[in-house]
Design a protein around this ligand. Structure first.
Ligand SMILES: [Zn+2]
Length: 551
């Protein structure tokens, strides 16, 4: 009898584990999908610091219980926060979703300042009457997201939300049809949204802002009030602050308790705010990652108790929006060529040379901005000088490499007894005119460049710098087509996936494609991702498993 019971239980267990019922968004299988993004979280960190992770439901949720991909690389050359989040959300690259930079000049909307990727002057900030920030919306994101598609498929019954310290990370990952996107006011640290979503904060969000949680985070970080984003944001205290807000959201909106699948995107910005200052190899960044492990353990343990059916009914994808280069001094110390250049000096030098060519003796302003890897040109002054777009862009492409060289100290002559510092260089330059016409060499780099095209930038060229090059004097950054900027982790947790480590070359665009396929919905409007079938549990139809039970 007991033997019978044991084998019956084994059968039930094996049916539950190995033959999951068909997943789909329409029947809330799963109840909740979480897209978790860690900003400037390079693909090597999880293994580099694996020994540090002692918790069960922190990073080990993915490393030990999930499907972990070691080789996930962005397939474009503009590895920056706003395009990264949009790429994760939409499963498309910049040539699909249109977001090329964190901010850019759009003369139709402003002739006085570059607009941010999510800035929208038609809306006002909600949640902090003292906020000096402009309203925001996903207006520049020219593709639907995974969350948008879940909302469309369920005709609005699914609830979609996005949270982060950064507006662009909260908005572009979640999308257009969200019921709310929340980020912090840079000065106060209060969670805010914009009138694109609602005229006032939901009661649970207002209660969170009024709870004193912000003062606690400020004290934990040892920060002065009034500089929340810069000071608290670079401290691990901001991670638990964000995740506590996410808990309030899940509880307040009853996410994971509906008859269709809900979607939540969470983006942790703190690794990026700190990482730019100290670099990827600093003990401070390691301490930040270890703190995130503990905070994630707390969050997912809480989620297990607060979603119908617990974590068994939740799927999570973990990734990063871009990687990062080592600090120049650190790379040099290890014997690698690494160099810095001054982007402001370079822009001035390019502008001088354009004047020499098109308007000798004058000092016209031909550049709108130079934020690597893009140089934006001003069509107003160039048209005045009777220069066409193709001529102007070609001129900048020719001028850039020599202009950079001209901003550097002269090279030392003679034989050196010690290793000389490396000199930054521009390897290649591509013009918008060439990119739009598809006249880019059919090389590996050419593919990355074409994926970085956006018509939103007007007249521009795109520069390919040398490796480990920084367009700033301190800290480090990310903006290149090199592997260190493109490598991020990708991991899935949830009943649909076969736990294990996968060494396939995959990309962050695969997240939306994979989830959409499993949820039986349309992939996002510009999706180019692959469905990662190698990590999916073989699915057996319900009729087959029921037949097995009867037999
Ligand atoms: Zn960054």
């Amino acid at each position: 009898m007991r033997k019978c019971l044991v084998s019956f239980l084994l059968l039930v267990v094996s049916l539950c584990v190995e033959l999951p019922a068909r997943a789909d968004a329409y029947h809330a299988k799963p109840k909740l999908v979480v897209v978790l993004v860690i900003d400037q979280f390079r693909g090597d960190y999880l293994d580099r610091y694996r020994d540090d992770f002692k918790t069960k439901n922190g990073f080990n949720l993915f490393l030990k219980q999930g499907a972990y991909f070691t080789d996930c690389y962005y397939d474009y050359a503009n590895t920056i926060t706003a395009p990264g989040h949009s790429t994760i959300g939409t499963g498309a690259y910049t040539n699909g979703h249109g977001i090329a930079q964190n901010e850019w000049w759009d003369l139709k909307r402003s002739t006085t300042h570059p607009i941010s990727s999510v800035e929208d002057e038609r809306y006002a900030v909600v949640g902090d009457p003292a906020s000096k920030e402009t309203g925001a919306s996903p207006r520049n994101e020219q593709a639907s997201t995974l969350g948008d598609e879940v909302v469309l498929a369920t005709q609005g019954r699914a609830k979609l939300f996005g949270v982060s310290l950064k507006d662009r990370a909260a908005i572009l990952t979640s999308g257009h049809a969200s019921k709310g996107a929340f980020w912090v006011d840079h000065a106060s640290g209060k969670f805010i949204t914009s009138t694109y979503w609602s005229k006032q904060l939901p009661a649970w969000a207002q209660a969170f802002n009024d709870s004193g949680r912000r003062d606690l985070a400020t004290r934990e970080a040892g920060a002065k009030p009034g500089h929340f984003y810069e000071e608290v944001g670079a401290h691990p205290a901001s991670v638990s602050y964000l995740l506590d807000f996410a808990k309030s959201l899940v509880a307040g909106e009853q996410l994971g308790r509906h008859d269709v699948t809900d979607v939540l995107t969470i983006s942790i910005s703190s690794t990026d705010i700190l990482g730019h200052r100290v670099g990827p190899d600093a003990p401070e960044q390691r301490a930040m990652i270890d703190a995130i492990d503990v905070d994630l353990d707390g969050f997912f343990t809480w989620l297990d108790k607060n979603v119908d059916g617990g974590m068994g009914n939740v799927w999570v994808a973990l990734t990063g929006d871009h990687g990062v280069a080592p600090v120049v001094a650190v790379a040099e110390k290890l014997g690698m060529p690494a160099a810095m250049f001054d982007a402001k000096k370079l822009a001035a030098e390019v502008n001088d040379r354009l004047n020499q060519r098109f308007s000798p003796g004058k000092n016209s302003k031909y550049l709108l901005g130079l934020t690597m890897p893009y140089v934006q040109l001003d069509p107003r002054t160039l048209e005045q000088a009777k220069v066409t777009e193709a001529e102007a862009e070609q001129a900048v492409a020719e001028i850039l490499p020599a202009a950079l060289e001209a901003t550097l100290p002269p090279e030392e002559k003679g034989i050196s007894q010690v290793r000389l510092p490396s000199r930054p260089l521009i390897r290649r330059v591509y013009t918008r005119t060439q990119m739009e016409a598809g006249q880019i060499p059919a090389t590996e780099e050419g593919r990355l460049i074409l994926h970085s095209y956006s018509s939103s930038l007007g007249w521009f060229v795109m520069a390919s710098p040398g490796m480990y090059e920084m367009s700033q004097r301190t800290g480090t950054s990310h903006y290149s087509s090199y592997s260190y900027d493109r490598h991020v982790p990708l991991a899935f947790y949830g009943s649909a996936f076969v736990p294990g480590t996968y060494h396939d070359r995959v990309a962050p665009v695969d997240i939306a494609a994979t989830f959409a396929s499993l949820l039986r919905i349309n992939q996002p409007s510009a999706s180019v991702g692959q469905v990662l079938t190698m990590a999916m549990r073989p699915e057996t139809g319900e009729s087959v498993s029921q037949k097995a039970v009867r037999e």
